[in-house]
Design a protein around this ligand. Structure first.
Ligand code: GLN
Length: 223
């Protein structure tokens, strides 16, 4: 069995658990809700859910989990969704006053609540790369989602694979600028670096479990 932890301090952890259970027909996964360092130490991989990134970081600090999580992400696969994507990023803009504690692990710059205040939440059909059945659209929910601003260009970092984009034509108007190209980083909504995965939307809020399957197959099982 493989132990997949879900950080369960705040946010959409129960929905991730349901997705993993739906996926796990052969009962190979042991799903652990992680609230303290000893639960984390049982895990082979971790999902950090959406919610509120500042709150999750604060609760992690109070639980004595902040340093163990930073260590964990240096060696084991971690998937951050929405608020979790912020925590996995190397740098963030638009953090709350008092700052935002980050775990790091993925070398990108991300903008918290980056779609602008007029776009609180929306749905979009994504362009996929490398998921099972990639030609079938994936309907994604964005809820006060972060926006990828920049991929690090340093050659010291592992290469980044783009796993999903919002087609330029479906981007919220607040983000679209003249001469914006199809490959603008702001169109990237899922990416992988090494054994880490980052999605700016909430795959656990749909019954389409292809991103959970991708994480387990490509980040956790394949070494
Ligand atoms: N805006 C939230 C944050 O900054 C993330 C929202 C979400 O996870 N749905 O943490």
């Amino acid at each position: 069995q493989i132990a997949i932890g879900i950080l369960a301090l705040q946010g959409a952890f129960a929905e991730h658990k349901a997705s993993l259970h739906r996926l796990d027909l052969n009962r190979q996964l042991n799903v652990i809700l992680v609230r303290n360092p000893s639960e984390l130490s049982l895990c082979d991989a971790l999902i950090i859910p959406g919610g509120e990134s500042t709150t999750i970081a604060l609760l992690a600090r109070l639980a004595g989990l902040l340093e163990p999580l930073k260590e964990f992400s240096k060696t084991k696969p971690v998937w951050g969704t929405c608020a979790g994507a912020i925590l996995l990023s190397e740098s963030v803009v638009g953090a709350k006053k008092g700052g935002q504690e980050l775990l790091g692990g993925i070398s990108i710059k991300i903008a918290r609540n980056g779609w602008g205040s007029q776009v609180e939440s929306f749905e979009a059909s994504l362009e996929l790369n490398g998921l099972r059945d990639s030609t079938r659209p994936f309907q994604a929910f964005f809820i006060r989602a972060p926006v990828v601003l920049e991929l690090s260009s340093s050659s010291d970092n592992l290469p980044i694979t783009i796993v999903a984009r919002i087609p330029l034509g479906l981007l919220p108007p607040s983000l679209v600028e003249e001469n914006m190209s199809e490959d603008d980083p702001r169109t990237i909504v899922a990416l992988r670096q090494g054994r880490h995965l980052l999605t700016t939307f909430h795959p656990e809020l749909t019954e389409d479990d292809r991103f959970h399957e991708y994480f387990v197959r490509n980040c956790v099982l394949s070494v």
